[in-house]
Design a protein around this ligand. Sequence first.
Ligand code: PLP
Length: 402
Amino acid sequence: MIRVNENFLNLKDNYLFTEIAKRTNHFKEMNPDANIIKLGIGDVTLPLPSCVIDAMHSAVDDLSNKDSFKGYGPEIGYDFLREKISKWDYKKNSIMIDKDEIFISDGIASDIGNFGDLLSENISVGIANPVYPEYLDVSLMSGRVNIVYIPFSAENNFTPSLPTRNIDLIYICMPNNPTGTALTKTELKRWVDYAIKEKSLILFDNAYEKYIEEDDIPHSIYEIDGAKKVAIEFRSYSKNAGFTGVRCGYTVVPREVCAYDLSDKEIKLNSLWNRRQCTKFNGASYISQKGAEALYTEKGQKQISESINYYKYNCKIMRESLIQAGYETYGGVNSPYVWFKVPIGYTSWEYFDLLLNKVNVVTTPGSGFGTEGEGYIRLSAFGTHESTIEAMERIKNFVKKI
Ligand code: PLP
């Protein structure tokens, strides 16, 4: 008899965004004329930069010609892109990451979920609370139930104390989705030092690196001494160049980083990840890698900045409006997310429903990101200027009336 993987039965039924869609659709059916503004889901809305479009068109032409046609590519990515990443994202910032430490992928979600393949099931896992829900789900799917939640909340100024017990695997999302806050270099160093001492591994999700604007926030975990021994960094072009549909990203697995076998011998993860990817992954498409390569030019970097500035303007509007309306507000400076506390007496979902019903604005309830998110709402900056301004006017007027 075929048996199910019981680990999947430990997952919660309702995925956050499915529930938001369900409630929004129900409201729409009941109020077909309502002008709903969505500041909930974290998908980008601006089209791809023109340099990416041109490069992808030209890549399609390559595939149409028998001399430049490409079939299966290298599973870990084409050298043309790995070399550009090494130079532009690391060496230009004085971080020595070589092309052989860079693995191209179809984005962070797959890689951060799959990386657990290399690690024992019997490890303790530290997960920030609140945080992007994938880390908990992939841990449960792979049978890792020894979870330690690390509160990243307003109560500890989003800088938790180090755990007093050993944690083997630590997920850090920085700048953090959903709170929009980030650890400074000094604070991140404490976690790297902890991982070195405990022989732990940090999976560092750097999806929002391009949104960082404050000087003391690190752009890469490898800015911290010793991090190459204990950290894997995940990045993608999703949130900075509109690749959420195109799909391309990369994972850095430094040569030094290791885990340990049962006799405590160091096992290098770079070669294990290479082996894993070459077996289970066929590589990101040639077309998407060519599109990503085009971002590593002066023109490409300028076009990335233009989209980031567009979304950051929305953040500024949201942050200032919420503060004016009297909400306790966080984030939105180094990240495309603004996080605010709902008035006393409401849960996150109750306030989500209230905003949907009274001002027709869809938000994301903080409790969907972990228990410490209860009592908060996340707003995303990925809307248009017009809809963001309109949503904020509605919220300010609503607050004035109550
Ligand atoms: N990591 C974080 C923190 C995210 O918020 C998201 C998407 O919202 C992802 C990863 C997914 O990134 P990708 O599109 O590269 O898979």
